[in-house]
Design a protein around this ligand. Structure first.
Ligand SMILES: Cc1ncc(C[n+]2csc(CCOP(=O)(O)OP(=O)(O)O)c2C)c(N)n1
Length: 808
């Protein structure tokens, strides 16, 4: 062990200031948690639950961690944390089993209402109406995700928020979220997942930001079957982490501890020290917990005997943290072995009783539905000409020992199909029951993808921009700048950050001068670390702040796309409205120059970010309107500004800080009766030029700027245009079959536009490759005026060759 790492170990409990009762209580909780793992695995292997992953082998470290976890603190962890959650009182054993069974009821399974896999923890941060609860009175957990290490980026923001609440006077009144930044964010991660780039990016960011996070690495030597030798250089995380070690007596770096996972007193001491420094001095820490085991192997999907040696398995038995904890308690004379045996027996029974209750609670509403379905099918059979077949259907359903909801639906469909040639009141009743079940299951599994609160972005009232003869004509970047100036002045929770956002005021000057005006914590620079810029924003938003996180160019959002997709976009849905993170992601894209500054991969984005709003304003005034709307809403959104719009002049509305732009409402930017052209972003300019040329040959185009891809045209304006023109062309710079195909599906299928078509619908997109460099590269890679003109002209020629003769 290197000198600079603090190795803690102790055999003497007296200095722990814990009573024997507290220590025995800790042991019993650890023991109960182990029982949960054993019983849980049995439930999966017997077929009652689908998949099990448990925290066995990590009980003692989590008991120690829980001791320093205070109300107001946050957890960002992963699937091994059951003991921590039990010890915090934030997940009950019954709720754990409810999740194991997939009990889709928020009362029974408050973390995710049956949506997330086993051992995905979360606390409910929101009231049923979507408003924030008082976080300082609760021990909080952000909602887990399965991609390992993806819990790390949001830890950056959860911890950094404490610094902001402590150092920004204007935030002092938000006592629902913080008391002077005294909150610590606790992260947990497995040893193997530290091989992910996101882990290193996160600890670097936490160190740079001096964000009070305490990160625990549970090191059990393996990542499923792959040992540390194949996961990390030098095979020893403590050695690698040495470079992050805080320079003594400075704030530079993190405190790095190494402690054995079976050594209860040492763990208790280590966490006390680490949490105290983080809480009071905002010094982050890493606790590398070594010599951990995994008694049941990785998960229910496989057996560890296939990849662990006999020696390793023997060592794991010997160093099982529960065994060592028990031995230590007995050695200290805190309790006699036979008394402990008795307690263990009681705890085994307790856990089994809770499991049984969880199973019955899960099954009983399904059985009730089954009874009703059987009754209705039998009723149908009584008046039917197919009584035998219908009896078989209901008997099959009755025979299932543990029916699923889908079994009920399959039986109903089979019964209705059997009786398809009949009409009866019994059949109508069954059809009605089926639609009732479908609606209930829709609610059960698909609700809350977007906000259902009064702060939904769709509820923000529209305020039109006001112009007067004195409204100045300025560059686009100045419009954005005025909008952000107003937002920062209006609301102290608005915090903007990103690469070059602070001192420079972003690469296009949208924040020019605003750091000087509002300070370095309100408008700040970050490292080049897109994934953790997003994580920073998610964590801050979870703690009540209003981050505007900038990704410098749309092309680089790919680095953050995983976090956006897995974490941010799913958050509200995967907690069934229990958590929200109203992050505004600001970026700029579409055509400018070359392969990596002309990105417009909008289809990739909209398909991966369902659960967020995705907005593509064509100019900076519209972007400002969207920001004003979003800052009043409680939902996450991505705004893609037009890269080549910053140097184009626009008139600033007199109410730049107040006007709003509704989401999902396209705008007709040129009227015509011959053809509808739907587009967005930088392509609006191209299409408008083409429409001008088309009008010279007598073709009048209805040009519609879609503006908002998610949500899309909620009032069916495109359909109205199509009903007038009977022809439609979709134009954008994405790849063929990208967002143009999405728009086509929305209008032709979704809005029923196919009924109004006199010509086949067309799409015009960029090439399937990235845009080549230079103006000519742009011209032949992205849609151009001539291409739009010719496509529309051909459409008209097809319909009326005499009026529109071919000339090319
Ligand atoms: C990004 C990602 N890759 C792969 C997986 C599949 N997977 C689940 S757990 C796991 C091993 C993780 O090992 P470690 O981080 O040491 O944690 P442990 O399960 O041992 O506690 C893997 C590879 C995943 N969930 N996420």
């Amino acid at each position: 062990m290197e000198d600079s790492l603090v190795e803690t170990r102790s055999d003497n409990p007296t200095h722990l200031s814990l009573t024997p009762q507290e220590i025995i209580q800790d042991y019993r909780l650890a023991y109960q948690s182990r029982q949960v793992s054993l019983v849980g695995r049995r439930e999966v292997l017997s077929g009652k639950a689908k998949f099990g992953i448990f925290g066995d082998g990590k009980e003692v470290v989590q008991i120690a961690l829980a001791k320093v976890f205070q109300p107001g603190d946050f957890r960002s962890g992963y699937y091994r944390d059951q003991t921590l959650m039990f010890a915090l009182g934030e997940t009950t054993i019954q709720e754990f089993f409810a999740q194991l069974y997939g009990h889709a009821d928020v009362e029974a399974e408050p973390a995710t209402a049956g949506r997330a896999t086993t051992a995905h923890f979360a606390t409910r941060l929101l009231n049923p109406d979507g408003s924030w609860k008082d976080q300082t009175g609760m021990r909080n957990s952000s909602a887990d995700v399965s991609p390992t290490a993806a819990q790390m980026p949001r830890l950056v923001g959860l911890a950094y928020a404490s610094r902001l609440y402590r150092e920004l006077d204007d935030l002092k009144s938000f006592t629902q979220f913080s008391h002077n930044g005294m909150e610590v964010a606790f992260g947990t991660i497995g040893n193997a997942s530290t091989a992910e780039g996101m882990f290193w990016e996160s600890i670097n960011a936490i160190g740079v930001l001096r964000a009070p996070a305490v990160i625990t690495i549970y090191d059990d030597g393996y990542g499923i079957s792959v040992p540390n030798e194949q996961q990390m250089v030098k095979h020893d995380l403590s050695l690698i982490l040495k470079g992050f070690q805080r320079v003594p007596d400075t704030c530079d770096g993190l405190d790095v501890y190494a402690v054995k996972g079976w050594d209860y007193p040492a763990l208790v001491e280590t966490y006390r020290k680490a949490a105290e420094e983080a809480r009071c001095e905002h010094v982050p820490a890493i606790v590398h917990v070594i010599e951990l085991t995994q008694p049941q192997g990785h998960s229910t999907s496989g057996s560890q005997e296939r990849y662990k040696s006999k020696e390793r398995l023997e060592w794991e038995q010997e160093f099982d943290c529960l065994k060592k904890f028990r031995e230590w308690i007995i050695r200290q004379g805190l309790v006699a072995p036979d008394v402990l045996d008795q307690m263990e027996e009681e705890d085994r029974q307790t856990v089994e009783g809770i499991r049984k209750a969880a199973w019955e609670a899960y099954l009983s509403p399904i059985q009730q539905d089954r009874r009703e379905a059987i009754r209705l099918i039998d009723e149908l059979g009584r008046g039917s000409t197919h009584p035998g077949e219908l009896t078989l259907v209901s008997q099959k359903l009755r025979d299932l020992s543990a029916p699923l909801r889908r079994d009920i639906m399959v039986a109903i469909r089979e019964a209705l199909l059997t009786a398809r040639d009949e009409a009866s009141s019994a059949k109508s009743a069954l059809i009605e029951w089926k639609s009732h079940l479908n609606a209930a299951n829709q609610q059960r599994y698909s609700s809350h993808q977007y906000s259902q609160s009064p702060q939904s972005a769709l509820e923000v009232p529209e305020v039109r921009p006001i112009y007067s003869p004195t409204s100045p004509l300025v560059y686009g970047f100045e419009v954005i700048n005025a909008c952000f100036d107003a937002a920062l002045g209006r609301d102290p929770r608005v915090i903007a950050f990103g690469e070059d956002v602070g001192k420079l005021g972003d690469v296009n000057q949208g924040f020019k001068g605003l750091q000087a005006k509002y300070g370095e914590l309100r408008v700040s620079d970050t490292g080049i670390r897109e994934a953790t810029i997003l994580g920073q924003a998610i964590g801050m938003a979870l703690r009540g702040l209003r981050p505007v996180a900038e990704i410098q160019y749309l092309d680089y959002i790919l680095y953050a796309l995983q976090i956006l997709s897995d974490d941010l976009a799913t958050l509200h849905w995967r907690t069934q409205g229990g958590q929200k993170a109203p992050v505004i992601v600001r970026t700029r894209g579409h055509r400018l120059v070359g392969i990596w500054h002309s990105g417009s991969m909008m289809a990739g984005i909209i398909h991966l970010l369902r659960g967020m709003h995705v907005l593509v304003p064509r100019n900076m005034t519209q972007a400002a309107g969207f920001y004003n709307t979003l800052l009043q809403a409680d939902e996450p959104a991505l705004v893609v500004e037009v890269l080549n719009g910053y140097r184009i002049k626009e008139q600033v509305p007199d109410n730049i800080g107040e006007f709003t732009l509704p989401l999902g409402v396209p705008e007709v930017i040129r009227e015509g009766a011959d053809v509808t052209i739907a587009t967005y972003g930088a392509c609006c300019r191209i299409v408008m030029e083409a429409a001008e040329l088309l009008s010279k040959v007598g073709i009048q185009a209805d040009v519609i700027d879609v503006r908002s891809l998610l949500p899309f045209d909620i009032h069916r304006l495109l359909l109205k245009s199509l009903q007038k023109t009977n022809r439609i062309v979709f134009v954008d710079e994405d790849v063929p079959g990208g967002t143009t195909a999405y728009m086509l599906q929305q209008v032709i299928e979704g809005q029923g536009g196919y009924k109004w078509l006199d010509s086949a619908p067309r799409t015009i997109s960029g090439k399937p490759h990235r845009p080549a460099y230079g103006s000519d590269g742009d011209y032949w890679s992205k849609p151009n005026v001539e291409q739009v003109f010719e496509t529309v002209y051909l459409l008209m020629n097809e319909a009326d060759p005499a009026s529109y003769p071919l000339f090319f």
